[in-house]
Design a protein around this ligand. Structure first.
Ligand code: FE
Length: 335
């Protein structure tokens, strides 16, 4: 090759490199287990404010983790957003995330709603609480998750399947509190009290409670919110259990910067923005969730459900004890 041709080639390569790096330093690529309807308005608002483009794909948490793992250091993803501390813990445990220290994030997000090693941060809170049929029960009939194992509830309890990570996280947090044998006795009590086999979704479970197929169940608050939107007179009410003890089981949706992010600064800035005053209501209100940032009030509808003491144990426990929880539920024949 002639010298001149080398120069042209080098110049061409240089241009490609410069334009690629300029792009990479701006754009943030997100893998999101939260749906497009929820995240697109947020990313649009962020782009409008910062000028930074956000590209995203959505998918199920499990497939996104597998995809990140398979792509390794070739991944285009800078940020992972998903639901449930169990999933976020799993992502960190699989080596798919990296620690990010940010004064903004540690100030905005309470310590029990973020990874002790800073690999993920909660962005919204969902309470997994008791829901009951108002034609059959009052607040005074209810007290704790543990009490639902009492034989007085025989044939009156509805639950969602043990396969759902939400229930695995709930049981994992109970193991953290009570230990294995006591938790197993509680879960066996629940199974003995079931009115019918576990449901595939919180919505179906709550509809069964409303229809009187059972009197009481355990579900995430935002599913109640959706049913309330459809039918404000639905005979369902949320109850806040364990107020004299551990508090209501809370979980998060959240995010973390990927291990092989090419735009760590951009991903961190987006995460900080999502945790900020400006974005927290956008993030939580559209799915009837609670802002993770304790300074921010939930929507009027969510506020109307009343305030409660939430469990203060770090939600990372839900991940650490997830395998134990799955085994325990299997032993208890909770399907
Ligand atoms: Fe959900």
């Amino acid at each position: 090759m002639q010298c001149k041709q080398w120069v042209i080639l080098a110049a061409a390569l240089m241009t490609t490199w410069v334009s690629h790096s300029a792009l990479a330093s701006d754009e943030v690529v997100v893998y999101s287990a939260r749906n497009e309807q929820l995240i697109k308005p947020l990313f649009d608002a962020y782009t409008k404010e910062s000028g930074v483009e956000v590209k995203f794909i959505t998918g199920k948490a499990g497939s996104l983790l597998q995809r990140l793992k398979a792509e390794g250091d070739n991944t285009p993803a800078d940020l992972l957003i998903t639901v449930d501390a169990g999933n976020l813990w799993q992502a960190a445990n699989m080596g798919l995330l990296q620690p990010v220290s940010s004064a903004k994030l540690s100030e905005a997000i309470p310590a029990h709603l973020r990874d002790p090693d800073n690999q993920w941060y909660g962005l919204s809170v969902r309470a997994r609480t008791i829901v009951y049929n108002t034609n059959k029960l009052n607040d005074s009939d209810l007290s704790t998750y543990e009490d639902l194992a009492d034989p007085k509830w025989k044939g009156k309890l509805c639950l969602r399947t043990a396969k759902k990570v939400y229930n695995q996280s709930l049981v994992a947090m109970m193991i953290a509190e009570h230990g294995e044998s006591q938790t197993e006795a509680i879960v066996k009590g629940w199974v003995a009290n079931l009115a019918t086999k576990p449901f595939s979704s919180d919505t179906k479970m709550m509809e069964a409670v409303a229809a009187g197929q059972c009197e009481v169940g355990i579900g995430n608050t935002y599913y109640f919110g959706r049913l309330e939107d459809k039918d404000p007179t639905i005979p369902l009410k949320l109850f806040w259990p364990n107020q004299q003890s551990s508090g209501v089981h809370v979980n998060i949706s959240g995010g973390g910067v990927t291990k092989y992010a090419s735009n760590v600064n951009g991903a961190t800035a987006l995460l900080e923005w999502l945790a900020s005053d400006k974005a927290q209501n956008l993030f939580s209100d559209s799915n009837h969730e609670y802002p993770a940032n304790a300074q921010i009030k939930p929507s009027a509808q969510v506020t109307a459900w009343g305030s409660f003491k939430g469990n203060q144990v770090n939600v990372a426990k839900a991940g650490e004890l997830q395998v134990d929880a799955v085994k325990l539920m299997d032993r208890a024949r909770y399907k």
